[in-house]
Write a protein of this length. Sequence first.
Length: 136
Amino acid sequence: MARVPYTLKNLKRDVGDVGSNFDGPPDLEFRLATVALELEQSGLCYQRIPPGHRFPYGHTHERQEEVYVVLRGSGRMKLDDEIVELAEWDAVRIPPRTWRGYEAGPDGLEILVIGAPNLGDAPREDVTGRRDWWSD
């Protein structure tokens, strides 16, 4: 019987947290799992935004479609000029060329972000980000 190729990683234990790179709230957690999981066709990221905080950057992709899945907590997401409420187990599909940003509600916000296609060795070429894009 042939072995089925797979990759198993724990998102909290096996994937480094780069949340401090974004100069946001001190407890911001951001774990890019695409490389660790050896994903070929898609990308995956886990994020935890502390209660009452907003992710410090909005961004858009030229080619990549993303799905945001709320694992725990609640919050809001700004999509271009529209704001939508988020609750546990909501999933939001965002097409390319749509600006997005998100903020946590009173219990924080934990999300998985799935993107496709995989952006390969130069992911920054597909993304445009702006600090404080979503300001009140």
